[in-house]
Design a binder for this molecule. Structure first.
Ligand code: NAD
Length: 328
């Protein structure tokens, strides 16, 4: 039975990954600074601790063959694009990555997967909402629009350096807006699909929801199950990456909101207000992953949104009578 460590198992993607690896028959140790908020991931062992502490990291990499390093100081636009959290984001995530790699090499870990982000792509290629460029080789000359993106780029290079110099097998993916059930939907760190599902679920019929920016900024969104299929194919392949894992179904944020309203069968007016938005346009470019791993998303955006809306509207309903939770 393969022994695997998932860092960030108390988070959105990590929680789902634990489930997937268990279903594949692995023995899984999950680690996070907090327990999962919505479910109990079925890990064989779940250890709560701080991956910024090198001694803690040494203890958790012990005895595993593969590591999935997903832990990061993370959030949606309201967390990473305001500038207020730049120092902690860079310090926390870089420290986690430095510790994890160093301990993994010392412990003789065979393979390590690292989740980078579409946020590493240069701002200058993402000014036109209709024609963003995010092919893997376009990452340089580097000019990410956030410190979160710069840290991811630094860490990609760190992982590749450790592979070059110490021989540990590394796999690097650049995730493009992964969404789905059992992820943050309130509190300030939620991303656009979850935030919009919540706003539509909370709005009365004929009410109004607010959207940051003019809503014409474009993005693509990939459902969690599709993402994990791509991650597993990458890890089992001999391809190091970095490679995009995302969807090429690009929509504007206003279109995304309208799609959610259709799913909810609710008529709501959109009010576009000033707020942090990130780049004007972003879309995954899946040529490389298609060519190397034969992977492409199998279902349209709407499918995943339906599941996510159902889950978030149930959360909204369940929290209606709890003023503290609903106040976020
Ligand atoms: P998430 O915030 O739900 O999960 C990250 C987890 O890391 C959290 O549970 C958090 O508690 C944990 N963590 C943070 N600091 C820690 C520490 N010091 N010690 C131990 N655990 C710590 O985010 P997610 O959406 O599941 O993202 C997982 C990874 O994928 C992250 O590295 C993120 O940057 C990357 N990524 C995600 C997306 C996306 O759309 N969700 C896009 C691009 C990249």
């Amino acid at each position: 039975m393969k022994r695997v460590l998932v860092n960030g198992a108390g988070g959105f993607i990590g929680g789902h990954l634990v489930k997937r690896l268990k279903a594949e028959g692995c023995w899984v140790r999950g680690v996070d600074i907090k327990r999962h908020e919505y479910v109990t991931p079925p890990a064989d062992e779940f250890i709560v601790g701080d991956l910024r502490d090198p001694r803690f990291v040494e203890s958790v990499v012990d005895g595993v063959e593969d590591v999935y390093q997903l832990a990061a100081d993370m959030g949606g636009a309201g967390y990473i694009f305001t500038g207020e959290h730049d120092a902690v984001v860079m310090h926390n995530s870089a420290t986690i990555n430095l510790n994890t790699l160093e301990s993994a090499v010392k412990a003789g870990v065979k393979r390590i997967f690292y989740s980078s982000s579409a946020c590493i792509y240069p701002e200058y290629n993402q000014m036109d909402p209709d024609n963003p460029k995010c092919s893997e080789e376009s990452a340089y000359p580097a000019a990410p629009d956030s410190e979160y993106g710069w840290e991811k780029l630094f860490s990609e290079r760190l992982y590749l350096s450790y592979m070059r110099n110490y021989g540990i097998q590394v796999r690097v993916a650049r995730f493009h807006n992964i969404f789905g059930i059992e992820g943050t939907w309130t509190g300030g760190r939620e991303k656009a699909p979850a935030a919009l599902c919540r706003k539509v679920a909370e709005a009365p019929e004929g009410g109004t929801i607010e959207i940051w920016g003019d809503g014409k900024q474009t993005r693509s969104f990939l459902y969690i199950d599709e993402c994990l299929e791509a991650v597993r194919r990458l890890v089992e392949s001999d391809f190091t990456g970095p490679v995009n894992i995302g969807s090429e179904e690009m929509v504007s944020i206003n279109q995304l909101a309208r799609m959610i309203m259709e799913i909810a069968d609710k008529r709501v007016t959109i009010r576009n207000i000033p707020g942090p938005t990130g780049v004007r346009g972003r879309n995954s470019d899946n040529k490389l992953i298609q060519q190397r791993l034969g992977w492409a998303p199998s279902k349209p955006l709407r499918d995943g949104l339906e599941k996510t809306y159902r889950w978030i509207s149930a959360q909204v309903e369940a929290h209606k009578h709890e003023p503290a939770a609903a106040a976020h």
